[in-house]
Design a protein around this ligand. Structure first.
Ligand code: ASP
Length: 350
């Protein structure tokens, strides 16, 4: 038995050297997961339940990582839990906490990228907000799922796996904040949730995805040329709140009452999602009180072209941003100025 001892010691030594020199977590790109909740972190009582799926205990960041041992070959993944809520509950405090947390992480030399889990309903708003306030060219990928964690064919794990692959990839540097579901990589500025229920819900209507997370590699075909991340003039570093901005929907015979109520309630800006005859006077009166109006359009794609008539009324046009994205940009623009000409410049550049 005693003769065996030196051999066992040698084996243990070789094993230790092997562990130290083979590719371990320390050699992999470091990606931090910022979790906020949503369907990707929800459980239902049955595997076939795709609605009302908040029955079980919430899926924690630890559960997400433990569920994907494949991540160990892609990145050294750490996490920070921001919240575990449906995306309808994401508010300014959480947005600012998330943005500051990501900026702190990406400023560290060892950080390669960040991934954010999020409910799909308002995912595009958070993604565009981050696109405007993250101060780094390092990749940030926002990811969600349409099927809960407990379902038969859940889409969350592959989406998350691919999101980490993108966040860890050199190709994704400088692409701004991206959204990944269904293997498609979309620019945060362009993407929108297009369908209430299907897994292929995220589309960039005017322009299409910027790339794909395919099994052989992460491949990009184009870039978002609008200003974002490290080129952006917006800084949330010292902010604890954001200006109040709401959206009013236009349709036949729409009442002006919502505009009047919002102006009275102290809104600094209002996005008009299309127009109505009664809006003209309401906007004129709101402008006189210093409220900034942005004209967006409910069609969901295409530009709102700047007409001389609209400019003369002091109304800003949204370019091809939908109303919810226009609201995100207007809130940040109002942290800098309330001059409609300057805000139009911002809408032309971002
Ligand atoms: N209700 C969910 C949310 O937005 C939908 C989802 O995550 O897909 O949080």
């Amino acid at each position: 038995m005693n003769q065996l001892r030196p051999i066992l010691l040698l084996q243990a030594l070789l094993l230790a050297i092997g562990t130290a020199t083979s590719a371990g977590a320390a050699d992999l790109p470091k990606v931090k997961l910022f979790t906020t909740g949503g369907t990707i972190q929800s459980r239902a009582s049955n595997r076939d339940k795709l609605m009302e799926y908040n029955d079980g205990p919430k899926v924690t960041p630890q559960d997400l990582i433990a569920d994907l041992p494949e991540l160990k070959a892609v990145a050294d993944v750490s996490y920070s839990e921001v919240s575990n809520v449906g995306s309808g509950n994401i508010d300014t405090a959480k947005l600012l906490q998330l943005a500051k947390g990501i900026n702190e992480w990406l400023a560290r030399p060892e950080a390669a990228g960040a991934v954010v889990t999020h409910g799909t309903a308002t995912l595009e708003e958070t993604a565009y907000f981050l696109d405007l306030v993250v101060k780094s060219p390092k990749p940030v990928v926002v990811v969600g799922a349409m099927h809960p964690f407990s379902s038969i064919s859940r889409d969350g794990p592959f989406n998350l796996y691919n999101a980490v692959r993108v966040a860890a990839s050199k190709e994704a540097i400088g692409k701004g904040v991206m959204v990944l579901l269904n293997d498609e990589i979309h620019a945060a500025r362009d993407v929108t949730k297009n369908n209430t229920y299907r897994v292929d819900t995220f589309v960039s209507r005017d322009l299409g995805p910027i790339g794909f997370a395919d099994s052989d590699r992460i491949v990009f075909y184009r870039n978002n040329l609008r200003k974002h991340t490290d080129q952006s003039e917006f800084d949330v570093g010292t902010l604890t709140s954001l200006p109040k901005v709401d959206i009013v929907y236009g349709y036949q015979e729409a009442d002006r009452a919502p505009i009047d109520a919002l102006v009275k309630g102290g809104d600094r800006g209002i996005v008009l999602d299309d127009s109505a005859a009664s809006f003209t006077d309401a906007v004129k009166e709101g402008r006189a009180k210093g409220v900034v109006f942005v004209q967006s359009d409910r069609k969901g794609s295409g530009r709102v072209v700047l007409s001389e008539k609209v400019a003369a009324r002091g109304v800003v046009t949204a370019d091809n941003l939908n109303a919810q994205k226009s609201r995100v940009l207007l809130r940040l623009a109002l942290t800098k100025t309330s001059d409609p000409k300057e805000i139009q410049r911002i809408f032309n550049e971002y």
